[in-house]
Design a protein around this ligand. Sequence first.
Ligand code: GUN
Length: 289
Amino acid sequence: MAAIVLDGKQIGREIEGELKVRIGNLAGNGVTPCLAVVIVGEDPASHVYVGSKERACARLGIRSIRVDIPADAGYGEVVSTVKRLNADPEINGILVQSPLPNGMDEIAITDLIDPVKDVDGFHAQNLGRLVQGDKSGLLPCTPAGVMRMLESADVDLCGKRAIVIGRSRIVGMPQSLLLAQKGVDATVTIAHSRSTDMAALCREADVIIAAVGRSNMVTSDWVKPGSVVIDVGVNRVNDNSVKGYHLTGDVHPDVGEIASAVSPVPGGVGPMTIAMLMSNTVRATEMQQ
Ligand code: GUN
């Protein structure tokens, strides 16, 4: 039987509906949330992502300001921009789009952002709170979006085997912590480039989260029938179309014939990430009042 398709656009619209109520309450107190997005250089994919974030702000009535910094401007300009935005009481959320040009220390820049304005949830204080099971911090958007997607599909994770493929600071690591936290209670395997027999590890899993950035890596022979498969991959594959590329995930389309539920690419985790960024911006604004 074909898998249920987990529609990130639809769930994202539901989240936006909830946020509009909270944004209305803030407006009643004369407050409009404001997100500042810093983009350094000309990475085309980053410009596409930042455009989606700006459009989501516009839909919800969140103010957004964008700071474009040329790739050759130097580290000092990024540092002074973040410090200026930290000090500006009109700015509630700050996001520095990744990747930064070669040689710029992303972790050092992230740790300069005021933790209460860190809507990406990447500051050491916010990640540290996640490790401690303390829910008062801001959570990284993609892993939080995946959890919300699993919740919307009523996937019971308690005692289940979950595998996260990828151990990045932005997705894989925080995703593993969220799945294992008290109240969610999955048993989590973190697989990565040095893992042996990835296929066998995946076949043991009830839930597979693929976040490596390798087109169609998870094939149907890796998947136990009935498992839930979430595809975090966004891979640009060159073709002869007008754009010159199309997007694929880390999960092969055939997996839809074996799994009970799959998230599509595009239209799955991507819109969830944006919705959670909007949610963090509203939450950050509420916390700052
Ligand atoms: N680049 C790709 N994904 C993200 C994200 O979630 N946040 C930031 N800041 N940069 C990214």
